[in-house]
Design a protein around this ligand. Structure first.
Ligand code: HMG
Ligand code: MG
Length: 302
């Protein structure tokens, strides 16, 4: 199959990227990161999450971050909300999109959001209804779509099942997430195929963590199926506090470099993106976890 001509990237660095950082990142740094990302041409930014500050302290400044962003026209801002309490707080901050997050693994659902898969769907139902009623779009994340830190390998049928449950409550789009980055191309394709039994190709995205260095290969394998939407994280930041050992998301810089090489349009300025990655990496006192960023930064040194 021909590769898609256009790809949409959802930048999840400010949320997935930072949620796992132990050192507090002040709201003004998160806001500056969002500003730099939108200046680089990212048009979809997952900014923060409205979850319990006891569970994820790093996201406790969610409202402050949302309020501090200078919104740019043409950019959509999404936030995570696992329940009605989160949604009610989120909606006051005027997001464009709400993300509910479930899992294909029972054990991970319990660890991450403290309820079963079935209970999570009942918690999402009123969130989805309220969001749609207010004209917001609703995306769902299906965690552990390939493997689970507690249950091991996850069968594609489990992904199809959660996709069906999400579809039935009105979730408009699902992200197939390899939370712990154990996927390899064929396995990821099978998980995407499972989601495609319920959602169309325009309604699914890939969300790949890079723990085993497979995220770019998995991205290419998804492109070869016609999947054209991906979550990526600047400087390869990321991880989930409830998925021990999992590292960051695939780096936005690496995916943009790949797409440029394939002649696929993203509208993203790679140099500005590298600067955004360097900005947040400098703050965190480490090097960007992106091969493309490292190469381009080295090249600048001459
Ligand atoms: P719970 O304890 O079952 O909730 O947590 P509860 O309804 O029983 O309430 C208990 C306390 O939490 C109460 O406070 C509530 O007010 C508070 P208390 O009376 O004890 O002071 N509470 C909240 N506070 C703020 N915002 C809320 C909220 N809800 C309840 N929305 C809950 C359930 C889901 C809240 C909890 O388990 C939680 O916050 N989990 C966070 C999980 C998380 O953020 N994980 C990371 C994001 S998912 C991810 O990274 C995966 C993804 O990237 C895809 C992939 O890679 O797989 C998306
Ligand atoms: Mg993630």
């Amino acid at each position: 199959m021909d590769l898609p001509q256009r790809v949409k990237l959802v930048e999840v660095g400010p949320r997935d990227g930072l949620q796992n950082e132990k050192q507090p990142v002040p709201a003004h740094v998160k806001i500056e990161l969002v500003h730099r990302l939108q200046a680089a041409g990212l048009t979809e930014i997952e900014v923060t999450s409205f979850v319990s500050p006891k569970w994820v302290p790093q996201m406790a400044d969610n409202a402050e971050v949302m309020a501090g962003i200078h919104r740019q026209s043409g950019v959509r801002y999404s936030v995570l909300a696992p329940n009605l309490q989160g949604f009610e707080a989120a909606v006051k901050t005027r997001p464009d999109e709400i993300v509910v997050f479930g899992a294909a693994s029972e054990a991970f659902s319990q660890k991450n959001i403290n309820c079963s898969i079935a209970q999570s769907i009942e918690r999402f139902r009123p969130v989805v209804q309220a969001a749609l009623a207010q004209g917001l779009t609703v995306r769902g994340a299906i965690s552990c779509a390939v493997g689970c830190p507690y249950e091991g390998e996850i069968a594609p049928e489990r992904v199809a099942l959660v996709a069906r449950l999400m579809h039935d409550i009105g979730v408009q789009h699902v992200g197939v997430a390899d939370t712990i980055g154990v996927g390899t191309p064929r396995k990821v394709q099978r998980a995407l195929d499972a989601a495609l039994t319920v959602y169309s190709i325009d309604e699914i995205s890939g969300h790949f963590h890079d723990t085993y260095g497979m995220a770019l290969a998995n991205t290419l394998a998804s492109l070869q199926m016609g999947v054209w939407q991906f979550d990526t994280s600047v400087a390869g930041l990321g991880g989930c506090p409830y998925a021990k050992g999992a590292t960051g998301n695939v780096a936005t810089e690496d995916v943009v470099y790949l797409l440029k090489g394939l002649g696929i349009e993203t509208g993203i300025d790679l140099d500005k993106l590298v600067d955004a990655g360097k900005f947040i990496s400098d703050f965190l006192d480490r090097k960007p976890n992106s091969r493309a960023a490292a190469a381009l930064l080295n090249k600048r040194l001459g």
